[in-house]
Structure formats: structure tokens, C-alpha cells
Design a binder for this molecule. Structure first.
Ligand SMILES: [Zn+2]
Length: 329
């Protein structure tokens, strides 16, 4: 076997660290995979060679030996006094080990390779590669009126992914990656149309599976996108679960006498029969005039009675109040 430059095969500098070696191997393995190079009769050899280069350089001990002698398995002159040198490199990875001929799955390939890799040195980031991406949580503001119908809203989020151009390294062959300006990450804005069916309310979450942040190492599952509904404050209604609360202002004499009052419900004006002698702060429940419930039906409308005392009375009104006062004695 002629001398081979494993660094050349991987396309890395001689001083490359473990991370660079790993990253370069992944990149080159994709490029050189025989399935992608069917026209090239040497594809399989190149792929084997790559596996061999990786196997040697990713093992600190073997790499040291290789660095010392410049080659393995070829003609080398052991240093004076060196004897009994043994190079147990084993068999380089053969493409058939990866079953590429039976349909190919790159994740399975790397799974396989990583499971065979020596655990010492250089693979601290292996566990990281399969880590699930984090969830992205956004708020979707809606009005009370939106909750009565099926609302479709567009939201835009920024998702930061590992840069594919440089495999997250920020550099390609020593040069700053143009795609990510050397940060190793790219941020893309993505728009989603979110359909909010009636029945959802404040605090409810719509989960878009797999639309969150990607796996930090690029191989695990992506996180989810969580869209949390936020009902905006309404000038008239207060929201409590699926109930709505509304104030009605009633002058004191009407509170005393009772009678019909008009209330603005979300569906239109309602006529309400006020019982006589109602106190301020009394809540009247109007069933089924609240927000839609999940699974059908509606919450209630709570009518909060606010009794007010008229100001700026006319002389005639003043006289009537005086009479009223005198009857209390
Ligand atoms: Zn990049």
C-alpha cells in the first residue's frame, strides 16, 4: 500500500483537532459515499480510504503513531532503537458494513460508526449530536371576538439552525464560512399559518410538532413550536376561563325599583330583567352567552351590576330625593 496522507483524504490541516476531524469525516462521507458516486468505479475504494483515515486520525494513539511515521502499512523506517512496533489498526471500515446497497440511511450510518468508535478522546460531542432541539414558544394575541369563530393567523418566527455549509464549524478549510459569516449558525425567518378553532381560550397551547429548534448536533429530533394563545384585554369584557364578565351601570332608583335593562352581549344586545332592590356588585348570570367551549357549548355571561348615584340633580329631582329621604323616617 502506498503512503497515504490521511489529512489530505479528510481535507484537514495537520493540526486539526478532534472536532474538525469528526466534522470533516461527516462531510467527506456524504460526498464520497458510493451510492452518490455510482459513475465512479473507485468510489468504494475512496470511501474505504476515508473510513481508514478517520479511524486512524480520530484515535489519539494511532494518530500519534501515524504522525511519527508518516504512513501506516507502508515502507517506513522505524527510528533507531525502535523495535517490536505493532500497528493494530484492524480492518478499516468497509462500505458493505453500512449496508448501503440495501437502501441507505445516513443517520443509521453515523449511528453505526459512532457506536464503534473508541470512547476515549475527541467524542465528547457525540452525546450532543442526538440531543433533541429545544421548543420555541410564541404568544398569539387574539381578541375576544376572534374566539367565537375559527381564526387563522400568520405568525413569523426566527429559527436558528446549524450552518450546513460548514457543518457548524464556522470555517471551511480554514476560511471563514460565507453562509454563516463564521458563526456556525444561520437564522431563517419562517411563517406559519395557525388555525385557531373555536373553543380554545387564553393560555391554551397549539403545538406544532417538529417545528421548533433543530437538534444542536443536527441528528436528533427537532423541538416543537408552541403557540400560546393570549387574549387581549377587551374594552367591555373581562375573560375568566370561558366566562365573560361585563359591567352595567344602573342608577340608584332603577336598582331600587328593578325593571328592564339592556346589556351588550358578544352576540348583540340582550334585554335583562333586573330584580328590584339589587345591590351594587351583584352578578347576574346569563347562561350560554360566554365564550365557546371546547367540545361544544358556551360559557356564561356574568353581568356585574354597578349602581351609581346621579350627580347634578335638577331642582325637581332634588325635591324627589328629599321626599324619598323623608319617607325613610
Ligand atoms: Zn457556515
Amino acid at each position: 500500500m502506498p503512503n497515504k496522507d490521511y489529512y489530505d483524504i479528510l481535507g484537514i490541516e495537520r493540526g486539526a483537532d478532534d472536532k474538525e476531524i469528526h466534522s470533516a469525516y461527516r462531510r467527506r462521507a456524504r460526498e464520497l459515499h458510493p451510492d452518490r458516486n455510482k459513475h465512479d468505479p473507485k468510489a468504494e475504494d475512496k470511501f474505504k480510504e476515508l473510513g481508514e483515515a478517520y479511524r486512524i486520525l480520530s484515535d489519539p494513539q494511532k494518530r500519534r503513531q501515524y504522525d511519527m511515521f508518516g504512513s501506516v502499512g507502508g515502507d517506513y523506517a522505524p527510528p533507531p532503537g525502535w523495535s517490536g512496533a505493532r500497528y493494530d489498526f484492524g480492518e478499516p471500515f468497509a462500505p458493505e458494513d453500512f449496508g448501503y446497497s440495501q437502501g441507505f440511511d445516513f443517520d443509521a450510518l453515523f449511528d453505526d460508526i459512532l457506536s464503534r468508535m473508541p470512547r476515549r478522546g475527541g467524542f465528547r460531542n457525540v452525546r450532543m449530536t442526538y440531543e433533541r432541539g429545544s421548543d420555541i414558544e410564541v404568544e398569539l394575541p387574539l381578541t375576544v371576538e376572534d374566539l367565537f369563530k375559527s381564526a387563522t393567523r400568520q405568525i413569523r418566527i426566527a429559527v436558528t439552525r446549524r450552518c450546513e455549509g460548514c457543518e457548524g464549524e464556522g470555517r471551511i478549510s480554514g476560511a471563514v464560512c460565507r453562509e454563516c459569516s463564521g458563526t456556525g449558525k444561520v437564522t431563517r425567518r419562517k411563517a406559519y399559518k395557525i388555525n385557531v378553532p373555536p373553543g380554545l381560550g387564553h393560555g391554551d397551547v397549539i403545538r406544532l410538532a417538529g417545528q421548533g429548534n433543530p437538534s444542536p448536533g443536527g441528528m436528533g429530533a427537532a423541538g416543537d413550536l408552541l403557540v400560546r394563545l393570549k387574549v387581549k384585554p377587551h374594552p367591555r369584557y373581562r375573560v375568566s376561563g370561558r366566562d365573560l364578565e361585563v359591567d352595567i351601570r344602573v342608577p340608584d332608583y332603577q336598582a331600587a325599583l328593578g325593571g328592564k335593562v339592556e346589556v351588550e352581549a358578544p352576540t348583540g344586545k340582550l334585554s335583562l330583567n333586573l330584580p328590584a332592590g339589587i345591590a351594587s356588585g351583584t352578578k347576574l348570570k346569563v347562561r350560554g352567552q360566554g365564550l365557546p367551549r371546547r367540545g361544544g357549548g358556551y360559557g356564561n355571561l356574568l353581568v356585574n351590576v354597578v349602581v351609581w348615584v346621579p350627580e347634578n340633580l335638577t331642582p325637581e329631582q332634588k325635591e324627589l330625593y328629599r321626599k324619598l329621604r323623608d319617607t325613610q323616617k
